[in-house]
Design a protein around this ligand. Structure first.
Ligand code: SF4
Ligand code: SF4
Length: 354
């Protein structure tokens, strides 16, 4: 029986986080002492920690210090959407902390061929870094909503092993098919196969995540060896009854193991956790009806002209080349648009809505 260990932390006060991590890691006994470990947070883009778009630096600091107390050699890496890792670390307030602790930073910019695990129709993947080079991969996602996938938790976080712009190519292959994209996410997660997933849900994000949604104090910290179990538990708690594509895919393939929740003082489940507008309309319709109506019901991205600064990032990241810069704002070609919401996710100014 897998264990999902979940507790409460109302702030990024180090002692509170440390108590949870020490107790949680003790209960699943990973045997990490003296190992080379790769920490994989969510470093989506240059965002201040209080925007809740990235794993909080204070959370990472406590985890890294704990690993170092156990004589681990710690590496930290990710592949942000369109910026360099160095820039995201600097702008997000991580760089000095990582330097002071002697953490080795690993940008996921290489080319490592990997074979799919048979969940998606694709057999070949190219990663920016090889998870198998390390004794352990510690997956440290942020609790956030996500326009296309509903939520991004532990399983989705490992999509970051795909290099920056190459992520768009996977979106393009999946097109508007959310279930197909979910199967790609699940495949990638199974290749990475993290040793443990540790969720930063102290300050989470609701609404139009994963980049420009609303920060919300959730007070949740959780960890598990198995991210499918962790995601099933957290997703079910925050948005009960909503079929999240990644968890639904895992369930169809029998990937969610039986699990018990060890409650180390979880806060009460929220009465209402606002989801992205992009996923509100059609999600709980029966599957055949959903397929039939998806072109009508799935929300289109739109720009808020008053907020747009014509920076061109959305044009650059759109995998379907469905955006061009007009004189006053970007112009969308909705016939080409695959509703992946990468433009909304990557807009540095939060100017794209659904
Ligand atoms: S990324 Fe955002 S701010 Fe930049 S051009 Fe597109 S909509 Fe405007
Ligand atoms: S316009 Fe936005 S939602 Fe549509 S394909 Fe491009 S990035 Fe995706």
């Amino acid at each position: 029986m897998e264990k999902v260990i979940a507790g409460r932390s109302d702030s990024y006060e180090p002692q509170e986080i440390k108590s949870f991590l020490e107790e949680g890691l003790r209960r699943i006994d990973l045997g990490l002492a003296g190992r080379r470990v790769l920490v994989k947070p969510n470093l989506l883009a240059s965002k201040a920690a209080d925007r809740a778009a990235t794993t909080h630096p204070a959370f990472l600091r406590v985890l890294i210090e704990l690993l170092m107390d156990h004589s681990c050699t710690v590496y930290l890496g990710d592949s942000p959407g369109y910026e360099s890792l160095e820039r995201v670390l600097r702008n997000g307030g991580y760089l000095d902390m990582l330097g002071a602790l002697g953490v080795r930073v690993v940008p996921f910019t290489g080319e490592v061929a990997k074979k799919g695990s048979g969940i998606s129709p694709y057999r070949d993947f190219v990663f920016g870094e090889d998870p198998d080079k390390y004794d352990a991969v510690i997956n440290v996602p942020k609790l956030k909503t996500h326009g296309m996938m509903g939520m991004t938790l532990g399983v989705k976080n490992t999509f970051g092993f795909i290099r920056g712009f190459a992520k768009g190519r996977w979106h393009l292959r999946a097109g508007r098919d959310r279930d197909l994209f979910a199967s790609i996410i699940v495949d990638i997660h199974r290749i990475v196969s993290p040793t443990v997933t540790i969720l930063d849900g102290i300050l989470g994000m609701c609404g139009d995540g994963p980049s420009n949604g609303d920060p919300v104090a959730c007070g949740i910290v959780a960890l598990a060896r198995d991210a499918f179990a962790l995601d099933a538990f957290i997703g079910g708690r925050l948005c009960p009854g909503l079929e999240l594509p990644v968890t639904a895919c895992a369930e169809r393939h029998g990937l969610i193991p039986p699990y018990e929740v060890i409650d180390l003082g979880l806060p009460p489940a929220p009465a209402h956790f606002p989801m992205p507008r992009a996923c509100a309309a059609d999600w709980n319709l029966p599957r055949p009806l959903k397929r039939l109506l998806k072109n009508v019901l799935v929300k289109k991205p739109k720009v808020d002209q008053a907020v747009c600064r014509l920076c061109g990032v959305c044009v650059e990241v759109c995998p379907a080349r469905a955006i061009r810069l007009g004189e006053r704002c970007p112009v969308f070609d909705y016939r080409a648009c695959i509703r992946c919401y990468c433009c909304q996710e990557m807009c540095p100014h939060g100017a794209i809505r659904t």
